[in-house]
Design a protein around this ligand. Structure first.
Ligand code: MN
Length: 384
C-alpha cells in the first residue's frame, strides 16, 4: 500500500529533498499535498511534476498566480495561513512531513495529529515549544511521530527491536559547526556569510545559524526529551566533527548502539516516510578508508552560550523552551539582516528568559501568549 504524503514546506531544503526521495520511490509514495509560504514559482513547478491533490500558498497575494498555473492540472489551490493549518485534515493523507521552519510548525502539526495523521517531524521547534502538548495528543490519537532530524532518526533506528529495553542515556553527536574551537573574541566579529558555511550539512539558513551558535544542539536535546521520554540528565552531547556517527543510545547493560553513514538528510527523510521498511536507495555509500579517523571532543558551553541557555531551559521545562525558541527566532532573523552580532544573540535570549513570566504547566493559549510576548520583548531588546 502506498503512503499518501502531505509535505508542509515543500519548497524548503527538507521539502525539496523529500520530493527527491519520493521521485525515486514512486511505487511507495503518492504526493497528496504540497505547501509553501511564499515560493510560488517552485510550488507551481512541483505541482506540475508531482500532481498532488492540492497545494497551498501561504501568501494570499500569490493565489491567482498559482491557481492559473495549475488549473489545467486539476490541482486544488488554496491560500493563506488558515489553509496552511487546515489542509492536513484532508482524508486522503496518511502521513504529514512537517518541514516548516520555527514556531509556525506548531499549529499545523497539532491539527494533523488531531485528525489522526502520522507525523514525519522535521520541524524540531514544534517539540521544543510544546513537547508535552504534542506528545500527549499524539498518544491520545494513536499517532506516531517519526523523527526526521538526523540525530533523532539515529536514536530511533537504534531503538528498532529495543522498545522494551530501557535507555540509560543517549549521546547526540554535534559537528561543532563552522566555529568549532574558536573563542569569544573571534565570535564577536563573525558575519553571517561565515556562519552560513556549515562544514558537513546542506541546510536552510535558520538551522545553519543555529548550528553555528550550537543552539541547534540545545533544541535537539529538548526534542529528544519528548521523542524518547527522557530526563534531562539522560541526554548528553558529544562533538564529532566528521558527522558520520549520527547519534548513540546506551542501554542499561552498558551496550551502546550507534547509527552511522555519510551525512545526507535524504536518508532520515526516507526512513521516516518508509518506516518500518528500509527502502533501497542509491545514496552515496560510506567508505572507511576515506575516514581512517573518527574523533570526539567535549562540547564548549562556555564559548557557545546559546547551548548553555538551552540546557537551562531543558532543565526548567514549562514555557522556558518556548521562550528561548521565540527569542532565538527573533535573534537569528536579526543576525541574518546584520542587525545584531553573533554573541549578542545570546544576550537577547538570556534577557527574555529572565523577564518573561515563567509558567510551569502551560496550556496551548499560554504557549501562544509566551511566544507573542517573547517576540515583542526580543524585538525591543535588539539594537535600533
Ligand atoms: Mn540535527
Amino acid at each position: 500500500m502506498k503512503q499518501h504524503v502531505a509535505i508542509l514546506g515543500s519548497t524548503g531544503s527538507i521539502g525539496t529533498q523529500a520530493l527527491e526521495v519520493i521521485k525515486a520511490n514512486k511505487d511507495h509514495f503518492e504526493v497528496e499535498v504540497l505547501t509553501s509560504y511564499n515560493n510560488a514559482e517552485l510550488l507551481i513547478q512541483q505541482g506540475k511534476e508531482f500532481l498532488p491533490n492540492a497545494v497551498v500558498i501561504g501568501d494570499e497575494k500569490k493565489y491567482n498566480l498559482v491557481k492559473e498555473a495549475l488549473q489545467t492540472h486539476q490541482i486544488k489551490v488554496y491560500a493563506g495561513e488558515e489553509a496552511l493549518a487546515q489542509i492536513v485534515e484532508m482524508d486522503s493523507i496518511n502521513i504529514v512531513l512537517t518541514a516548516l521552519v520555527g514556531y509556525a510548525g506548531l499549529k499545523p502539526t497539532l491539527n494533523a495529529i488531531r485528525s489522526g495523521k502520522h507525523i514525519a517531524l522535521a520541524n524540531k521547534e514544534t517539540l521544543v515549544v510544546a513537547g508535552e502538548l504534542v506528545t500527549s495528543l499524539a498518544k491520545e490519537k494513536g499517532v506516531n511521530i517519526y523523527p526526521v532530524d538526523s540525530e533523532h532518526s539515529a536514536i530511533f533506528q537504534c531503538m528498532a527491536g529495543e522498545w522494551d529495553n530501557k535507555i540509560e542515556k543517549i549521546y547526540l553527536t554535534a559537528s561543532g559547526g563552522p566555529f568549532r574551537g574558536r573563542d569569544k573574541h573571534f565570535l564577536s566579529k563573525v558575519k553571517k556569510e561565515e556562519a552560513l558555511k556549515h562544514p558537513n550539512w546542506e541546510m536552510g539558513s535558520k538551522i545553519t545559524i543555529d548550528s553555528a551558535t550550537l543552539m541547534n544542539k540545545g533544541l535537539e536535546m529538548i526534542e529528544a526529551k519528548w521523542l524518547f521520554g527522557l530526563n534531562p540528565d539522560q541526554i548528553d552531547v558529544i562533538v564529532h566533527p566528521q558527522s558520520i556517527i549520527h547519534s548513540i543510545v546506551q542501554f542499561e547493560d552498558g551496550s551502546m548502539k550507534a547509527q552511522m553513514g555519510l551525512p545526507d538528510m535524504k536518508l532520515p527523510i526516507q526512513y521516516a516516510l518508509g518506516y518500518p521498511k528500509r527502502l533501497k536507495s542509491s545514496f552515496k555509500r560510506f567508505d572507511f578508508l576515506n575516514y581512517p579517523t573518527l574523533t570526539f571532543e567535549k562540547i564548549d558551553t562556555e564559548t557557545f552560550r546559546n547551548l548553555a541557555l538551552a540546557i537551562t531551559a531543558l532543565q526548567r521545562g514549562g514555557n522556558m523552551p518556548c521562550i528561548i525558541n521565540a527569542a532565538n527566532e527573533v535573534a537569528v532573523t536579526a543576525f541574518l539582516k546584520d542587525k545584531v552580532g553573533f554573541l549578542q544573540m545570546s544576550d537577547v535570549i538570556e534577557d527574555c528568559m529572565e523577564r518573561i513570566s515563567f509558567i510551569s504547566k502551560p496550556s496551548y493559549e499560554d504557549y501562544v501568549l509566551t511566544d507573542t510576548e517573547t517576540r515583542r520583548l526580543a524585538t525591543e531588546l535588539l539594537p535600533a
